[in-house]
Design a protein around this ligand. Sequence first.
Ligand code: XMP
Length: 310
Amino acid sequence: MDYKAFIDEQIKSIRQQVGNGTAINAVSGGVDSSVVTVLAHRALGSQLKTVFVDNALMREGEPQRVVNLFAQMGIPVELIDARQTFLKALAGLTDPEQKRQAITDTFYRDVLASAVKRYGARFLFHGTILTDIEETVAGIKRQHNILTQLGIKTEEAYGYTVIEPLKTLRKDGVRAVAALLGLPDQIVRRIPFPGPALAARIVGEVTEEKLNVVRKATAIVEEELANTGAFQYFAVLLEDRATGIRNGKREFGQIIVVRCIDSTDARQATVRELPWDVLHRLCDRITQIPGVNRCLYDLTPKPPATVEYV
Ligand code: XMP
């Protein structure tokens, strides 16, 4: 594919669709939403309003890091603190699809819709990619950013028109476009992180306490595996508990699973054979997190597993 031509076409098409109106987009710092941000910003300049929604489900230091990074590229990003709104919406939910639904509804219907109103925007950019659409339509897993493909009329439901410039690309294509757009390496090569964020890494109910545990474990995994070049690596907090011993006392503690996979586009994945010393270091550090007394390594490829647990 000629990605240079793709960029030119998208910029032209965005200008045509938006005209002299105002558009809004939410950036997460992932490669998809970052590419959309730069494309739309090149097309629209100050007609584009970019927000970062802090949904309480982000990794350590992520909100500020993303805002600062785009500021360096000359793209202003408004930080919206919606932590309590999301935590309330997730309280009591254990079913994966209900959790996704709650995040989707809170994100689009509450938080973004009010930002859209505030800015008087009529268009919303999405970083939807082809794999998201295929898997959602096939009923494998509902990606949180799929709306129109499921027959949701966003004009009626949320009051804005959705534009999806990346919907013909897969992850490898998005990375190629990101590099051509001059995005920094830390974004071009950033491992995928799901829209539902750390809520996808907690089996069962999402609480602030569990978020703190999985956030710490995620930071350890990302630090230890940063140089592996693997497609994706992360920590998952299980709902089960296991007996352990801490300071000579019995503890019914939490269980963290570490996953590290190779893939080109996340449709299929194989498990990285990590060296034992790396696995031991991960286990040592993760079991130092208060309350966590087991660390497991997941050997399951996709299929039969999916990448995420939720
Ligand atoms: P699964 O778990 O479906 O994951 O095998 C495939 C890829 O998609 C990411 N993923 C998501 N991304 N919203 C997203 O934006 C979601 O709801 C979602 N679920 C999974 C996952 O991290 C993997 O890279």
